[in-house]
Design a protein around this ligand. Structure first.
Ligand code: HEC
Length: 422
């Protein structure tokens, strides 16, 4: 069996050192085709350090240049041009562009513009960008075990390494502008001091509470957070460090997205079964609201009029719960039942979400007044690669999204027509 060239292996190892452990325990991977070239060996060795080969076999495929662009955001192969050529040739031969995941894009009158920024550490799984009061942006690099901060005006970027195995699932600013993250792999939440880089860690009081996930602060600066696999919802008082945890009423609910309504009541979506959860902020008693059979919901948002909007990820629909009457209404997403809507945000009464199964990943706009959709292909440099896992609005009413495959934070500037101007 041919051995991996030393130079390339060293380059890859250097790029992935903090991530090497990630691939362990991920043995289940579809086999890659053997065509007698070194391409298979290179791909098997280099591409499974952070994720399984299913991302390659299930991808939308690329040309040789496209594969070069894509893997350039995951690995620094500049020291090994020969091997890079072999690898990209192999990938383009066996996984050329296909339309299996093509979205059904809907045209319409609204205009948007994408502005992309690439974050420094390759393959870090950039996600969850959030704008601070001063216009700077925080993001989480889940595989890179970091949170980062950058200034779109100057382009300056800083990355803060977190304690080992934190694997931050998100970053969220509290009401005082301080960045908090969830230690999704080590049962913690933590806060980073941007001036000193010092990390303050809060350990979960219950060892079963292994995977803090998404955070939201209420008006009193109390942190509410979900724990997907632990099937819990948590509350942390940043003043005292006191943490309280409660179980979701039904097993394997998969508490996921978190939002707080105007009355200060936290709402949590279930990614494991057909429910939304309403949490009493004083007692933490949970009311379960049933959604249509077969639904699972990654994320939700709450409009100014109190309507709860959610992505029905498993059924490929957009949904709305009238919290006062209990009425539920759902609309099929343009790309169909497998489109896996994922992130969602409501801005100025307009609902935005993405169809994460599609390549290109589609950004969808839904106007509740006219019940009409419009959608766009999200760029990733000169290629298309996903995912958006969380989206939020900026102070100016634009959207902050990301592409976790290609280290990108993206601003979607919503061009308002004169009549709609705020
Ligand atoms: C340093 C870590 C790392 C390495 C090494 C790595 N990747 Fe990735 N890759 C990622 C991350 C992070 C994602 C996004 C995963 C997610 O969001 O679930 C990704 C996603 C992908 C995707 C999905 C793209 C899409 O459609 O969104 C493909 C295809 C892919 N990688 C191919 C490769 C290939 C080929 C190699 C080897 C040359 C490789 N990766 C090596 C980190 C890495």
């Amino acid at each position: 069996m041919p051995r991996l060239p030393k130079t390339l292996f060293a380059a890859a190892l250097f790029a992935c050192l903090p991530l090497a452990a990630q691939a362990q325990g991920q043995a289940q991977s579809p086999a890659l085709p053997d065509d007698g070239t070194q391409g298979k060996l290179l791909a098997e060795n280099l591409c499974t350090m952070c994720h399984r080969t299913n991302l390659i076999t299930g991808s939308s495929g690329y040309t040789k240049d496209g594969w070069r662009s894509l893997i350039g955001t995951m690995l620094d192969l500049s020291g090994a041009p020969q091997e890079t050529a072999t690898l990209t040739e192999y990938l383009a031969k066996h996984f050329p562009p296909n339309t299996l995941r093509a979205p059904k894009l809907v045209s319409g009158p609204n205009e948007i513009a994408f502005t992309e920024w690439v974050m420094p550490t390759r393959g870090q799984r950039t996600r969850d960008p959030m704008q601070a009061d001063d216009g700077t942006i925080w993001w989480a690099g889940q595989y890179g075990n970091l949170i980062g901060h950058f200034d779109p005006k100057t382009g300056e970027k800083r990355e803060f390494q977190l304690p080992d195995m934190s694997r931050p699932h998100t970053v969220e600013l509290d009401n005082r502008g301080r960045p908090w993250y969830t230690g999704n792999m080590n049962g913690t939440v933590g806060r980073v001091d941007p001036d000193t880089g010092k990390v303050t860690v809060y350990k979960m009081p219950d060892p079963a509470a292994k995977d803090p996930h998404t955070i939201k602060f209420d008006k009193n600066n109390i942190m509410w957070f979900s724990l997907q696999n632990a099937n819990m919802i948590g509350r942390l008082d940043p003043e005292t460090g006191d943490i309280k945890l409660v179980h979701a009423p039904s097993p394997k609910s998969g508490p996921y997205g978190v939002k707080i309504d105007a009355d200060g009541t936290p709402w949590v979506s279930c990614n494991g079964r057909n429910c939304l959860l309403k949490v009493d902020p004083a007692t933490m008693a949970i009311t379960e609201i049933k959604l249509p059979e077969g639904s699972t919901v990654r994320r939700l948002d709450i409009a100014a009029d109190g309507m709860i909007w959610y992505v029905n990820s498993s059924l490929g629909r957009l949904g709305r719960l009238n919290a006062k009457t209990g009425e539920i209404k759902e609309w099929p997403s343009p790309s169909g039942p497998k489109s896996h809507p994922y992130a969602i945000v409501v801005v100025d009464g307009i609902v935005w979400y993405n169809e994460s199964f599609q390549r290109p990943d589609a950004l969808v706009r839904f106007d509740p007044k006219t019940e009409t959709f419009q959608s766009w292909a999200i760029p990733s440099g000169d290629i298309h690669a996903g995912h958006i896992r969380h989206m939020r609005s900026t102070r100016e009413g634009n959207l902050l999204i990301h592409q976790s495959s290609t280290n990108r934070v993206i601003q979607v500037t919503v061009k308002r027509r004169a009549a709609e101007a705020r």
